[in-house]
Structures are given as structure tokens and as C-alpha cells.
Design a protein around this ligand. Structure first.
Ligand SMILES: [Mg+2]
Length: 507
């Protein structure tokens, strides 16, 4: 079988360390060395610096819990538009070396560097370390890299030592034909002590390197020290990786494997082809082959406009305590976020919204939606219901924001032919027209009635006494009227405010 022999491919997986929080630190050097947590807008930690991690802050931890375990934590709302800029820069730095880049997530990518040793006059490891150094110098945040003959192993490598790690997993050291190896013992007993020792050294060094203010030269020294401790075999890495930590193996598959005594990636790699074909389907068979060192999964290298989340926020002056006004601001945030989602043909499964106080404290909450949507009127119904949990009568607010998460490009399934789906289908048609009008006349040409008070200050500029006057309009796809809407026309003939009777409570 052809793993690891001949000319192995060289694939990098590049992953930002605590990316959102690291971007915040890069933008505001005063935050360096401090426990910074992002996620104020959803009421839970979405990312954190290693200083916060060291004090016990974990992903998904609620804000009150964060304040309990780490009272000095600086909790910020995630600013996705900024992170997207860092992400774009990350990908363009990697593209200086190779065009074969798969933009896998906002803070991670795969890059193929096979065949570049001669033109670049560097080993694969040197190329990887050079890319890492450039990323860190230019972006001001640390990255962890995995270098391996395929994507599954590269991904394993980048996770191996975080933060600021570099792990080269070669396709050697997996002696096959020995399926009964014990889970955590490397195959070659003579290397056992070395491997464990190097693992120990590695973890020590990664602890020491947490956010040290190293100059690039120091970094080089640091990484070259680690390089020597990285001379381990494929079998070693697999033996120390539980199946559920392998990229692409979900909890269900891990449970299925565990039932059959397959606990580690090494146990899995040692299974023979017949066993794998009997128990698993194609995607997991491909992972099995990659764990054995083969190159199976190609890089998807087209430039991707991917959104993990869409966020719209706004600071308003003067600050306000007026519930209706705040709901109206949220409604506008919601409309803007949904318009962007519809532009990219995306649907959200979760949303969050936040209010920011004059003391710069954030109060936010995350809501899981009953079904995927990109319609603001549906989201506003939920936001309205949760609003009292976030709003405090004794506080004055200066900004609001709405974020959509769990985005998919698969349209929501019609769950029933009555009630909700029909309303949703009709509303989708209305918003198709809204988007067409926005395209033609500009944003907010037609808006939800609930956004009206947030928009009024803008509309009133230069138009004193501009009182919206109601007009009746008919909207429908392809000229066929399908929904009746009541709109309010201002003096600007292109500006209509929309009330959609079939949705009832949008105003
Ligand atoms: Mg990351």
C-alpha cells in the first residue's frame, strides 16, 4: 500500500491561536498580557487569550461565570468585520508562497507546498516556519502550524502544540501488519522514552512561550529548540490522539469505533481495509487512509467568500434608555445583517444581540432559532421576547448589535405546508422585492416598521417636519402581486417604510 513512500505531498495547516481575542490584542497593545475574552455580544466566551485560558476561562462559558473565575477579565464583543480583514491578510501572506491555499475557516487555512523546495531553496519545514514567522510579524498574533503529507495529519499537527507551535508529522513510523498494538505505546519500543520525553519538553516550551515578547530572532531560537524535540514518528502522534480528536470524526463515529475497541487514531489506522469498508462509509474511509499517511483529500483552493457569522452593530448618539428606541436600533441591525445574509444566500441557525452601556459594559444573549432563516421579522420576534433579559431600566445604552451564526447555504426545508412555512414563503417573496429595491435605490429604501425610530434621525436631516405619509403598494415577484403591504412614504420618494400585514407585529 502506498502510504508515505515515494514522493509525499507537503500540506500545511495554519491556525490562529485564540484568534478573535488575539486580533483584539493586536489592535490594542494595551491589552497585551491581559486576560481578554471575546463573546460579550452572545453572553458566552467565543475566544480568549492564553492568559484568560490559564485562569480557567473556557469557550462557551457564560459571562457571569467568567467574571467569577477571572474578575479581571476584559470581556469584549466579537468584531467579525475586523477579524475578516485579519483573515484576508493571513491568506494573502500564505499565497506569497503558494497559490494552492484552501481558506478553511476565518482563522485557518490549508496550503500545499509540494514541489517548492527547489524553487524556494528551503526544506518544507523551513518554508512552513518562514510562513509562520511572516504571519506573526505582520499580523501581530501567533499561529500554530502542522506540516504533514495530507490534510488530516496537518490538522492534527497544528493542534498538537498550541499556542505558537510547529509540528511536522512525517509519514513514517507506522509499522503495519501489527493490528494489536496497545493504545498509548509507540510502536517502536526503542523510541518510547525519547517520544515521551520530547512530548514533555515540548509542552514545557509551549507553556513558556505564552505571549512572551520575543523578538523574531528569539522566536527562531525558540522554534529551533523545539524542532529537535519534534523528531517523532507518525505512530507516536496517532497513539496519543483519541479518535474523536481526529478532524472529520464526529462523536457518533467515535462512539461506534469505541464500541469496537478502537480508541485512538493509531488503533483506527491499524484496522485493515476490509474491516474499515465493513464498518464505515466513504468519508471515514478517506480519513482512515490519510491517518496511514496517504494523500486522499484534495485542497479546495478557489477563493472563498465564506462567512462563519455576520454582524451588524451601531453606536448611537445621544445614548438612550428608551426601550422602543433600543428595539428599533436592534431591528435595524437585524435588517442589515439579514440583508447581507440574503445577498450571500445564507441562512442562520443562531443569533445573538447585545446592548452596550455608557460604561462600556456589554449585555448580550444568544438565541437558537427554531429553523434556519434570513428574515429579520422572524428574528425580531425572538429578540423582542428576550429583550427584557438584557435590558436594565437603570442603565443608559450607547450601542447595539446583532450577529448571525451557524450560517448555511442550504435553504431551510419546508417543515409543514400550513401556518409557519406559508407565512415564511410569503415573507421571503416580500424580502426578494425589498432586496431588489435596495439594490436600485440604496439601503433602507424599504425597511421594517420596527426600524423606523432608528432611521428617523437620518431621514430628518435637511427635511424638517418630514412626517411619513402612508401609501399602499403592491409587491410581488415577476409583476404578479402576491403580498399586500402598507408602506409609508417620506418626502424622499425612494424611501418607504414597510408594514407587512401578514406578519402582524413587525411595527
Ligand atoms: Mg484557531
Amino acid at each position: 500500500m502506498g502510504w508515505g513512500h515515494g514522493n509525499p505531498r507537503a500540506i500545511l495547516h495554519i491556525d490562529g491561536d485564540g484568534f478573535f481575542a488575539a486580533c483584539e490584542v493586536a489592535l490594542n497593545p494595551k491589552l497585551r498580557g491581559k486576560p481578554v475574552v471575546t463573546g460579550a455580544e452572545r453572553g458566552i466566551a467565543s475566544a480568549m487569550t492564553y492568559e484568560a485560558k490559564a485562569r480557567g476561562v473556557k469557550r462557551g462559558m457564560p459571562l457571569h461565570e467568567i467574571r467569577r473565575v477571572c474578575p479581571e477579565a476584559i470581556i469584549l464583543p466579537a468584531n467579525y468585520e475586523t477579524y475578516a480583514i485579519f483573515s484576508t491578510r493571513m491568506n494573502s501572506i500564505v499565497r506569497r508562497y503558494t497559490e494552492a491555499v484552501e481558506e478553511y475557516g476565518i482563522d485557518e487555512c490549508f496550503a500545499e507546498i509540494t514541489g517548492l523546495r527547489r524553487p524556494l531553496k528551503m526544506t518544507y519545514e523551513e518554508i512552513g516556519r518562514t510562513i509562520k514567522r511572516e504571519l506573526q510579524n505582520e499580523l501581530g498574533i501567533t499561529f500554530s502550524l502542522g506540516l504533514a503529507p495530507n490534510k488530516v495529519l496537518a490538522k492534527l499537527g497544528s493542534k498538537w502544540q498550541k499556542p505558537d507551535g510547529f509540528t511536522y508529522i512525517r509519514a513514517q513510523g507506522l509499522s503495519l501488519g501489527n493490528p494489536k498494538v496497545s493504545p498509548c505505546a509507540p510502536l517502536n519500543p526503542s523510541q518510547n522514552d525519547d517520544c515521551l520525553l520530547s512530548g514533555y519538553i515540548r509542552r514545557q516550551s509551549s507553556v513558556h512561550s505564552v505571549h512572551s515578547d520575543n523578538s523574531p530572532e528569539d522566536c527562531l531560537l525558540e522554534t529551533s529548540k523545539r524542532q529537535s524535540s519534534n523528531e517523532t514518528t507518525l505512530g507516536y502522534y496517532l497513539a496519543h490522539t483519541p479518535c474523536e480528536k481526529v478532524w472529520g470524526i464526529g462523536p457518533q463515529t467515535a462512539a461506534l469505533l469505541a464500541e469496537r475497541g478502537v480508541m485512538t487514531a493509531l488503533d483506527f489506522a491499524h484496522k485493515d481495509e476490509t474491516w474499515v469498508a465493513t464498518h464505515l462509509t466513504k468519508p471515514h474511509i478517506e480519513i482512515w487512509r490519510e491517518l496511514r499517511g496517504e494523500f486522499v483529500l484534495p485542497l479546495e483552493t478557489g477563493k472563498k467568500q465564506h462567512y462563519d457569522s455576520i454582524q451588524k452593530t451601531k453606536t448611537f448618539t445621544p445614548p438612550s434608555n428608551d426601550q422602543n428606541f433600543l428595539l428599533s436600533e436592534l431591528s435595524k441591525n437585524c435588517e442589515n445583517a439579514c440583508a447581507k445574509a440574503r445577498h450571500y444566500k445564507l441562512f442562520a441557525k443562531k443569533i445573538s444581540f447585545f446592548l452596550k452601556t455608557q460604561q462600556f459594559r456589554y449585555r448580550g444573549i444568544e438565541i437558537t432559532l427554531p429553523s434556519y432563516t434570513s428574515l429579520p421579522n422572524e428574528l425580531m420576534r425572538l429578540i423582542r421576547a428576550e429583550f427584557p433579559k438584557v435590558y436594565r431600566t437603570n442603565e443608559i445604552y450607547r450601542a447595539s448589535g446583532v450577529t448571525l451564526y451557524g450560517l448555511t447555504d442550504t435553504p431551510p426545508a419546508q417543515q409543514d405546508l400550513f401556518g409557519a412555512s406559508i407565512t415564511q414563503a410569503k415573507a421571503s417573496k416580500v424580502f426578494e422585492r425589498v432586496d431588489a429595491l435596495a439594490e436600485r435605490y440604496g439601503n433602507h429604501t424599504v425597511t421594517l416598521g420596527s426600524s423606523l425610530s432608528a432611521l428617523r434621525p437620518n431621514l430628518d436631516v435637511g427635511r424638517p417636519g418630514s412626517v411619513p405619509r402612508p401609501v399602499r403598494m403592491r409587491f410581488g415577484a415577476g409583476g404578479r402581486p402576491t403580498s399586500k403591504v402598507v408602506a409609508f412614504q417620506t418626502k424622499n420618494p425612494a424611501s418607504y417604510h414597510l408594514v407587512i400585514p401578514l406578519m402582524g407585529n413587525v411595527y
